[in-house]
Write a protein that binds this ligand. Structure first.
Ligand SMILES: CC/C=C\C/C=C\C[C@@H](O)/C=C/C=C/C=C\[C@@H](O)CCCC(=O)O
Ligand SMILES: [Zn+2]
Length: 617
């Protein structure tokens, strides 16, 4: 078994001929046109020939207009953009000349522009930003949106270094998932060009750009928090533990190979909690709890610097190798920075997220398998907590069989060394894991593992893990009291003191325990809110669970607050379930649809398409 630096197998999510040519480098030279909402310029792609007989280079594109293709910058090549596939975009077929048949390595210089509806891009008008003075632009390429930003072999198994030159209007700052090189240059006094280099091989989904009125604050020896001036200090406070998280990750996994680790705190429409773009993690402002209680997302993105960015899943079908490992490492960081009980507590929250995700699919949906088939499937439709939490639970189960955390800690380091800069399948991972633990395997330590069930069976994994319940006990006990309480008792005995010393995750677990029970009555919700003031909470995780609990009971008083929450940020983790719950609520189906129609433009394209599907629009 030899994992590859390039994908040499079929990828169901790409139309590029990745078995015929391998991307060796990408150089982007692009400008951001805020007036037309397009990116335009050139992508210079260095290719190595893998198939001696290949006469065409086939690349992934979506809604790109290709102006010209030149080989080594000189010979004009014929090209055709195929019909648009609804999920995978249009294949760009470039025909090589007969005289190029023996070329092993060559460069294609492709002049192109994106469309204003590119699925990777969001263009914000000044009034959609915190400062209200300058426009803002950012991308989100995972899973298969890079093809709407540049023509490329858009397959995670295809890893290559890249460089970027990004020209923006004067006054704006551009950032990329790479290291800045040299000073920004203003050739014409009207615009500024920023240059970047990413020397490590990365998949296309990790190419990222942001531009806006951006400033930064140093939070560690190799880290700055970037954001608009209005939000940067809040970000610097919230993510002040970045260096400690990084150092803990290095202790667990080996040296950090990327140089700098910065965080970009984005405007509220960023569709995910965080995105592990190399050198600069992108994060949602819904992490700004004011008490650093949601900064575990940064630990997660830091962990991706090893699991995901250094060791990458070969195709999206093996996405759990990115996410399951990353959740496992994130919780190891949490365990070391706080206590082992906190690691287990986080796993308890994860188990509930896994159950919710699985319940959200039809019974026995194969998309709830750890390794699903994605033939013809949009990876965004397959996205859920399953690869994260079922993946974590497989690793936790193996840890348990190995008798504790130490052997897995040894394995994690070996994993990162063995697969560094490569792309891996589940089978390759399993082979290496079993060879690393050959002695244990011989002793029968893994005999009980039903590998096929873990990889390919839908539904909740078995056996159910036994997590330490210490930190969850008081949340569970309080939830049980509320479940039994009713109006006839006048809710005697409840007071704000019940949760006064609960950390915010304990409040989250309290609400989650109630979400597993029958809907509460209106009087009970009235009393709970009067006692604990959950409606006023600004902690996004608490707000989300409280609003979910209220919507389960069709509690009409919460409707305006739900509308406020889903229209003030666009993180899909919150927005999608809340829209769905509102839509399914006895009294609010129309409210969900009209709210979405009115505010669709505030969301990132990825979020808008997913909510539209959820609401059957
Ligand atoms: C088996 C699943 C197959 C493919 C899915 C691959 C990619 C899914 C795509 O939709 C992109 C996901 C991007 C995720 C980015 C960050 C997450 O860690 C955020 C998790 C949710 C949140 O905290 O908001
Ligand atoms: Zn992740």
């Amino acid at each position: 078994m030899t994992p590859t630096t390039a994908s040499n197998t079929h990828d169901p999510s790409s139309q590029a001929n990745i078995t015929a040519f391998r991307t060796r480098h990408i150089a982007l030279d692009i400008a951001l046109d805020f007036a037309r909402k397009v990116v335009h310029g050139t992508a210079t792609i260095d290719l190595a020939r893998l198939d001696a007989n290949a006469q065409t280079v086939e690349l992934d594109t979506r809604e790109l207009t290709i102006a010209s293709v030149k080989l080594n910058g000189v010979a004009e090549l014929a090209f055709v953009t195929g019909d648009a596939h609804a999920v995978f975009g249009s294949k760009l077929t470039i025909t090589l000349l007969a005289e190029h048949a023996t070329l092993q390595d060559f460069k294609l210089v492709i002049a192109y522009e994106t469309s204003a509806t590119s699925s990777a891009c969001q263009w914000l008008a000044p009034e959609q930003t915190a400062g209200k003075q300058h426009p803002y632009f950012f991308t989100q390429c995972q899973a298969i949106h890079a093809r709407s930003l540049l023509p490329c072999q858009d397959a995670p198994g295809m890893k290559a270094p890249y460089s970027g030159k990004v020209t923006v209007a004067k006054g704006l700052v551009a950032l990329m998932s790479a290291l800045p090189t040299g000073d920004a240059v203003s050739a014409d006094g009207q615009s500024t060009t920023f240059s970047f280099d990413q020397p490590n091989p990365i998949p296309s989904y990790l190419i990222a750009i942001a531009a806006g009125h951006l400033v930064s604050v140093e939070v560690g020896p190799r880290s700055r928090v970037w954001s608009e001036p209005e939000t940067v200090q809040a970000g610097a406070f919230e993510f002040a533990e970045t260096e400690q998280q990084l150092a803990t990750a290095e202790d667990l996994l080996g040296p950090y190979v990327w140089g700098r680790y910065d965080v970009l705190l984005l405007p509220p429409s960023f569709p995910y909690g965080g995105m592990e773009n190399p050198n600069i993690t992108f994060v949602t402002p819904t992490l700004l709890a004011g008490d650093r209680s949601l900064a575990d997302v940064v630990a997660h993105e830091i962990a991706h610097s090893w699991t995901g960015n250094l060791v990458t899943s070969r195709t999206w079908e093996h996405f759990w190798l990115n996410e399951g490992f990353t959740v496992y490492v994130e919780r190891k960081i949490v365990g070391r920075m706080r206590t082992e009980q906190h690691r287990h507590f986080s796993a308890i929250i994860g188990w509930k997220a896994l159950r919710d995700s699985i319940d959200n699919y039809p019974a026995d949906s194969l998309l709830t398998a750890l390794v699903p088939s994605l033939d013809g499937v949009d990876p965004d439709d397959a996205f859920s907590s399953v690869p994260y939490e079922k993946g974590f639970n497989l690793l936790f189960y193996l840890e348990t069989l190995l008798g504790g955390p130490e052997p897995m800690e040894r394995y994690l380091k070996a994993h990162c060394t063995q697969f560094a800069f490569k792309a891996v399948t589940t089978a390759e991972w399993k082979d290496f894991f079993l060879s690393f633990f050959a002695e244990e395997a011989k002793r029968g330590v893994f005999d009980a593992v039903d590998w096929n069930a873990w990889f390919y069976t839908p539904g909740m994994p078995k056996p159910e893990p036994k997590f330490d319940q210490t930190l969850a006990e008081r949340s569970a006990a309080l939830a049980a009291r509320w479940t039994q309480a009713d109006a006839s008792s006048n809710y005697a005995g409840f007071s704000v003191d019940d949760i006064a010393d609960f950390a915010s995750p304990q409040r989250v677990v309290f609400l989650e325990k109630l979400l597993l029970e029958n809907p509460l009555s209106e009087q009970t919700l009235d009393k709970m809110d009067a006692t604990y003031d959950f409606t006023a909470s600004r902690n996004s995780e608490i707000r989300f669970r409280w609003q979910s609990l209220c919507l389960r009971a069709s509690y009409t008083k919460i409707f305006p607050h739900v509308v406020d929450f889903v229209t003030s940020q666009g993180r899909m983790k919150f927005v999608r379930p809340l829209y769905r719950a509102l839509f399914n609520c006895d009294k609010a189906g129309d409210l969900a649809v009209t709210t979405f129609q009115k505010h669709r433009h505030i969301y990132h394209n990825i979020c808008a398409s997913m909510v539209a599907k959820d609401l059957k629009q």
